[in-house]
Design a protein around this ligand. Structure first.
Ligand SMILES: Nc1ncnc2c1ncn2[C@@H]1O[C@H](COP(=O)(O)OP(=O)(O)O)[C@@H](O)[C@H]1O
Ligand SMILES: [Mg+2]
Length: 206
């Protein structure tokens, strides 16, 4: 079984959309271990609408009510996130795991999502915007993951092409540029699978 953690430079960068496409391309399963915010629908529901079969979606370990950082959402629900309950689920094939927010989002007041990825011992993909501000956010995230010993498969960009920003992140961060998913005018399973196949070499994730 191989596991890939999908983390990001921020919330709303496109982790769920990318993770859905990656899960389908790898014929893998999808897991969002900690879902914070239930009112606007879950990431598990989003990936299902983007083509991941329901049978390939592993139930969340924690479903928290409030759309905020998991450590706080847990406190508001009166629960404590226990890293022992975040052990990788024993499934038959490959697994794509989507983080909450960015790499340094706290799961508890002394355990960050990047610590959890390091504990899993799996490689990570950093999902990053191409728009202004991304060089700083991407390089900070790369440093934070490396500082914890997380192997980085590379950066997956989302948005309009920004050649210099993407190349600069790859060069300064000494990281592979995996590809770039454009903003799709229509997000459905067919359009997403086709855009993913155009943008990424699936072998880079194997
Ligand atoms: N490649 C894309 N094309 C069109 N819309 C996208 C794309 N990537 C993300 N979005 C939209 O942007 C918003 C945030 O994306 P999402 O994948 O949920 O981010 P995250 O998981 O990082 O919070 C969603 O409304 C999603 O549908
Ligand atoms: Mg998401």
């Amino acid at each position: 079984m191989s596991v890939i953690a999908v983390t990001g430079t921020d919330t709303d960068v496109g982790k769920t959309v990318f993770a859905a496409a990656l899960t389908v391309a790898l014929d893998a399963s999808y897991w969002k271990p900690v879902q914070a915010g239930l009112e606007d629908g879950s990431d598990a529901a989003s990936v299902e609408s983007l083509g991941v079969a329901r049978a390939r979606i592993v139930p969340e370990a924690y479903r928290l009510t409030t759309p905020c950082s998991p450590h706080r959402a847990a406190e508001l629900d009166g629960v404590v996130i226990d890293p022992a309950r975040l052990a990788l689920p024993p499934i038959g094939g490959d697994l794509v795991v989507e983080g909450a927010g960015g790499a340094l989002v706290p799961l508890t007041r002394d355990w960050l999502f990047a610590d959890q990825i390091a504990c899993w011992g799996c490689p990570a993909v950093l999902v990053a915007r191409t728009s202004l501000g991304t060089i700083n956010h991407s390089l900070l995230s790369i440093e934070a993951l490396r500082a914890r010993g997380v192997p980085l498969l590379g950066v997956a960009f989302i948005g309009d092409a920004q050649e210099d920003s993407e190349a600069t992140i790859a060069a300064v961060g000494r990281v592979r540029r995996l590809g770039r998913l454009p903003r799709l005018p229509r997000l459905d399973p067919t359009a997403l699978a086709s855009a993913f196949a155009d943008a990424f070499d699936v072998a880079a994730f194997r």
